[in-house]
Design a protein around this ligand. Structure first.
Ligand SMILES: [Zn+2]
Length: 242
């Protein structure tokens, strides 16, 4: 238990530094958010692009199948015309041997046409399978587009708000530094930059809450005395009674 009789009122400098630290932490958070905003925007746009790519790929697969179907239709048509020509020649010939040879050709071409028709059927089934997938991919793009547009609008609104908040915090900071000893402010600024944004920390159970090291009796006495700015002997942070 802390002996309350030894607790002196908080040094006015510490009170000022704590207010300053609060503003500086907010400023740092705002700056980080503003710095991350373009990256967030890029990520949102990348998500939209991924959805668009999915739809484009689905569309390309359907288009490829349709082109292949068309190609096969033309191929089959050419072969059917050839069969018709062979049949005409067959009717015109008087040579048995030629008649036989043409018959073989006709059989061969008919088999090929059969294979092409089988392939056409497979392709039609594939197109039937792909069509709903394409529709789904296109729905996804439309959804992603409207969602991402909303998220980007939110992000832009957030940037405006944070920029305003940052300006306000910076103005407050300027006011808060007034009346703080220049050397102390300098120490504070350096510690803020080097100690991850918490240069002024309370001590708790005789431990510096900045570096979690136990403090020496001498340091504890100085902090509890509340008469002077006291630094943690391990990390250099400015200590106060929590
Ligand atoms: Zn420390």
């Amino acid at each position: 238990m802390r002996d309350v009789t030894t607790v002196a009122p908080m040094l006015p400098e510490i009170q000022k530094l704590l207010l300053l630290q609060d503003r500086d932490q907010r400023i740092r958070t705002f700056k980080t958010e503003l710095k991350n905003a373009p990256l967030e925007r890029k990520e949102l746009e990348a998500r939209l692009q991924a959805a668009s790519l999915g739809a484009e790929q689905a569309k390309a697969r359907v288009r490829d199948q349709e082109l292949e179907k068309k190609r096969l239709e033309l191929l089959a048509q050419g072969k059917r015309e050839q069969i018709a020509r062979f049949k005409t020649q067959q009717m015109q010939t008087r040579k048995n041997e030629e008649f036989q040879a043409l018959g073989n050709e006709i059989n061969h071409f008919e088999q090929e046409v059969g294979k092409i028709e089988d392939r056409e059927l497979e392709i039609m089934e594939e197109i039937e399978r792909l069509t709903p997938l394409l529709a789904e991919a296109e729905r996804n793009v439309a959804e992603a587009r409207s969602r991402v547009a909303g998220q980007i609008a939110d992000l832009e609104a957030k940037i405006v708000i944070i920029t305003d908040k940052l300006k306000a915090a910076e103005a407050e900071r300027a006011t808060l530094t007034e009346g703080i000893d220049e050397d102390l402010l300098d120490q504070y600024n350096r510690l803020f930059a080097s100690k991850g944004g918490n240069p002024v920390v309370p001590l708790e159970h005789e431990v510096c809450t900045g570096c979690h090291m136990k403090l020496t009796t001498q340091t504890l006495v100085r902090v509890k005395g509340g008469q002077q700015i006291t630094h943690c002997e391990q990390c250099g942070r400015i200590l106060y009674l929590g």
